[in-house]
Design a protein around this ligand. Structure first.
Ligand code: ATP
Ligand code: MG
Length: 430
């Protein structure tokens, strides 16, 4: 079943236009990924050399390090080339849902290892006649090796879906955590924001801009530490969608009286009630997107810091600063942030926290982090953070896991029929 039904867009021609834009963006993403992979391999090699230089290793040590690195790269390639298919995995449980498919906990039949399997419905992503273009691109989806990014192991496809096999993060996602708690303490917020600063910086250093930093894309590992969910895959799709969406539907907006007149407690309740639905829709939520991303004038990596400011606000206040009844209304508030970014007087929050949020959420020219990530790390909100060792130290909230396939940190999702054959033979691999 297509999930585009949740799009408030009613005009058919707009819908088609959006699909075409989406298709273009996907294909561009796929091909640039292929090139990126080669570049990444070279970059890893260069990085290794640089690190060894910095550490002042002896020639013999360097030789050992190089051959260990080469083995790792080969293993990586071998894994990617292995012809795997749906039949090699047993599906245990649905653990997440996104705009273009779902995420399941699966177990590899031969090894017993558990993984998260992201299933993307091709029909929702691409015009049918375009699917052929991506056939050759079976294994383009492995991202750079980083502690801060969810590892991707294999990808394959069949007639209906693309499958991405990645490491399973049993701690759940930040959206689910925030929906369970009213707010986080300043200390917890400091921890999660600090780790996310390092995670975002690590992808910036690789030359990526995430553009879709939001609580649903911050996952927690078995110890409660942050990892970014795969980046650059669907962002382009939804972004194109969004831009189209707002350009065409800017007129005749309902105003959001109801929301404006709510106190912060009711706002938080309403936000949390609607939140998951928003995460499933193909429109997505514009709540976390920097204003410059919506404009034709271009943007840079600083847009990720704006998103982090929005998340920090949500952690401390209980709902994000621009939340509204409709995505269009939220979009308007984001664009008009100079007037709409305010703090409810009834929710206590430290001056330091408020200052940092306002340093994240401002014009990109003046935004914190413009001179470099050090400016963020030395902000007084982060006083006492051990930046070097934060990932090895206990997390602010520890995670309890009883087994390798424990899904207690995830919400319940009904079984879907995404893997059921639809009459035709589905296992046909491309
Ligand atoms: P995007 O956010 O890029 O548009 P999406 O919403 O379709 O994509 P994800 O955000 O990657 O998909 O995944 C949806 C949810 O599934 C996440 O919020 C998270 O709860 C769960 N999830 C995703 N990847 C993993 C993983 N590797 N381990 C555990 N849970 C995961
Ligand atoms: Mg998501």
């Amino acid at each position: 079943m297509a999930m585009t039904g949740s799009t408030p867009c009613s005009s058919m021609s707009n819908h088609t236009k959006e699909r075409v834009t989406m298709t273009k963006v996907t294909l561009e993403n796929f091909y640039s990924n292929l090139i990126a992979q080669h570049e990444e391999r070279e970059m890893r090699q260069k990085k290794l050399e640089k690190v060894m230089e910095e550490e002042g290793l002896k020639d013999e040590e360097k030789r050992l390090r190089r051959s260990a690195h080469a083995r790792k790269e080969t293993e990586f390639l071998r894994l990617k080339r292995t012809r795997l298919g749906l039949e090699d995995f047993e599906s245990l449980k649905v653990i997440g849902r996104g705009a273009f498919g779902e995420v399941r906990l699966v177990q590899k039949k031969d090894t017993g290892h558990v993984y998260a399997m992201k299933i993307l419905r091709k029909a929702d992503m691409l015009e049918k006649e375009q699917v052929g273009h991506i056939r050759a691109e079976r294994d383009i989806l492995v991202e750079a090796d980083s502690l801060w990014v969810v590892k991707m192991f294999y990808s394959f496809q069949d007639k209906l879906n693309l499958y991405l096999i990645m490491e399973f993060l049993p701690g759940g996602d930040m959206m689910t955590l925030l929906m369970k708690k009213d707010t986080l303490t300043e200390e917890e917020t400091q921890f999660y924001i600090a780790e996310t600063v390092l995670a975002i910086d690590s992808i910036h250093q690789l030359g990526f801009i995430h553009r879709d930093i939001k609580p649903d894309n911050l996952l927690l590992d078995s110890k409660g530490h942050v990892k970014l969910s795969d980046f650059g895959l669907c962002t382009g799709l939804k972004k194109a969608h969004r831009t189209e969406f707002y350009r065409n539907l800017n007129h005749s907006l309902p105003s959001d009286f109801t929301f404006q007149n709510m106190n912060s407690k009711r706002k938080a309740e309403t936000w949390k009630r609607n939140r998951r639905q928003l995460a499933f829709s193909t429109v997505g939520t514009p709540d976390y997107i920097a204003p410059e991303v919506f404009m034709q004038t271009g943007y840079n990596k600083l847009c990720d810091w704006w998103s982090l400011g929005v998340i920090m606000y949500e952690m401390l206040i209980g709902y994000p600063p621009f939340c509204s009844e409709t995505p269009q209304e939220t979009y308007k508030k984001v664009m008009n942030w100079k007037e709409t970014l305010t703090f409810p007087p009834e929710v206590p929050i430290s001056e330091k926290a408020k200052d940092l949020i306002l340093r994240f959420c401002c014009e990109w020219e003046h935004r914190i982090g413009a001179p470099g990530v050090e400016e963020i790390k030395s902000n007084s909100f982060f006083e006492g953070v051990d930046w070097e060792h934060i990932r090895e130290r206990p997390a602010a909230i520890s995670i309890e896991i009883k087994s390798i396939d424990d899904t207690s940190n995830f919400d319940e999702f009904p079984e879907s029929d995404i893997l059921k054959p639809t009459g035709k033979k589905q296992e046909e691999k491309t």
